[in-house]
Design a protein around this ligand. Structure first.
Ligand SMILES: NC(=O)c1ccc[n+]([C@@H]2O[C@H](COP(=O)([O-])OP(=O)(O)OC[C@H]3O[C@@H](n4cnc5c(N)ncnc54)[C@H](O)[C@@H]3O)[C@@H](O)[C@H]2O)c1
Length: 346
């Protein structure tokens, strides 16, 4: 097995918390360089993981010929440029979710991957979770029949991020929909077999995030500069006579947080988190509730899948095209909300 030299761009929460520990466990990977505008953060990450090269400018990392693959772990507004530059410099890229701030940026990334022939994978870790994979096996075995509808919830009652740029529309592209809704939406489309979206009607609200006096489970947030939605809802028509609804919030007056993808099929249904499968057989209606699902570290599994794709020269399991399809839906919900009517998705 060839040893793959890796560079990590952005050494914040997700890089140091998940990507770098996962990379450090791979026998065929060496983290050769890190880059972060916050020099202190870059140095700390390099020290912790024994990384020899440290840069404050990510372009210097991309200029290193020895680097074969790059992990882009910067905020959303800095996903497109480093990804395109790295692909163009002949590196494979794993980019954090969401692929970009919008479909226009995502399409440019996908096109660059196509032109350069390098691999582009998006870090949709929820797909790799033990229970997602367990449900996928039921679906592949035909236990749900034809899946015609999905309900997607990524709801926090008072979970407004009080750090980073998560409440800055310009830098993030949106609020909870693009930050956490993207995980559950990606999972739903993956489980449904990646149907294309046709039309969408959506509405977003900013009612709590930009007003003072609220309780935040992660401390007070900067409500005066809160420019994203705090709640979003959408109805999406999919090809093949299917559809889905999505709801996502950072703050909403609801009973509890809920991160669930629910599927309705002709033979059975299912809900994730916790996983339950609903069926009908032998004269009864039944539920399957797993007693034990083998634990999978979803971040380690996604990283391994990326390096397997590189080593075996196969398509990564989360493609840029799939992420672009997801981004088109998110864009459409925002657009529909702005226009106050249903919009078409091309
Ligand atoms: N998959 C998941 O579960 C998950 C969880 C958290 C975050 N994320 C994603 O990861 C990305 C980063 O989120 P985070 O929570 O790590 O944020 P963060 O703010 O903790 O880290 C971002 C890092 O990028 C650095 N950075 C900013 N501009 C840079 C530049 N020009 N060059 C190099 N570095 C630069 C910052 O200094 C910071 O250290 C986001 O896109 C987010 O959506 C994914």
């Amino acid at each position: 097995m060839k040893v793959i030299n890796v560079g990590v761009i952005g050494t914040g929460g997700i890089a140091v918390g998940q990507h770098m520990p996962a990379l450090a466990k791979q026998p065929d990977v060496k983290i050769l360089a890190v880059a972060d505008v916050n020099e202190e953060a870059a140095k700390n990450a390099a020290e912790r993981f024994g990384v020899p090269h440290v840069f404050s400018d990510y372009k210097q990392l991309i200029a290193m010929e020895e680097i074969d693959a790059v992990h882009v772990c910067t905020p959303n507004y800095l996903h497109m440029a480093p990804t395109i530059e790295a692909l163009t410099a002949g590196k494979h890229v794993m980019v954090e979710k969401p692929i970009a701030r919008n479909a226009e940026e995502a399409a440019k990334m996908v096109e660059t991957a196509r032109k350069t022939g390098k691999k582009l994978m998006v870090a949709q870790n929820v797909r790799f979770d033990g229970s997602s994979q367990c449900l996928k096996r039921f679906i592949d075995a035909g236990d749900l029949g034809e899946i015609y509808f999905a309900r997607v919830w990524a709801l926090r009652r008072r979970g407004v991020p009080s750090w980073g740029v998560f409440t800055d529309k310009e830098k993030q592209g949106g609020g909870p929909l693009i930050d956490i809704g993207v995980h559950q939406l990606d999972l739903a489309l993956y489980l449904m077999g990646h149907p294309k979206a046709i039309t969408c009607s959506g509405q977003t609200f900013t009612k709590i995030g930009n007003t003072p006096g609220h309780i935040g489970v992660w401390g007070p947030w900067d409500w005066q500069n809160y420019t994203v939605e705090d709640y979003a809802a959408g109805f999406v028509r999919l090809e093949g006579g299917r559809s889905l609804v999505i709801e996502s919030s950072f703050a909403a007056n609801i009973a509890e947080d809920k991160f669930t993808t629910a599927l309705l099929g002709t033979k059975g249904g299912a809900e994730t988190n916790p996983l339950r499968i609903f069926g009908e057989d032998k004269g009864m209606v039944y539920d399957i509730t797993p007693v034990h699902i083998p634990r999978v570290h979803s971040y380690e599994a996604e990283v391994r899948a990326f390096y397997d794709a590189i080593q075996n020269n196969t398509e990564p399991p989360v493609t840029g095209e799939q992420a672009l399809n997801v981004m088109k839906i998110l864009d459409a919900i925002y657009k529909s909300s702005e226009l106050g009517r249903e919009v078409e998705i091309n």
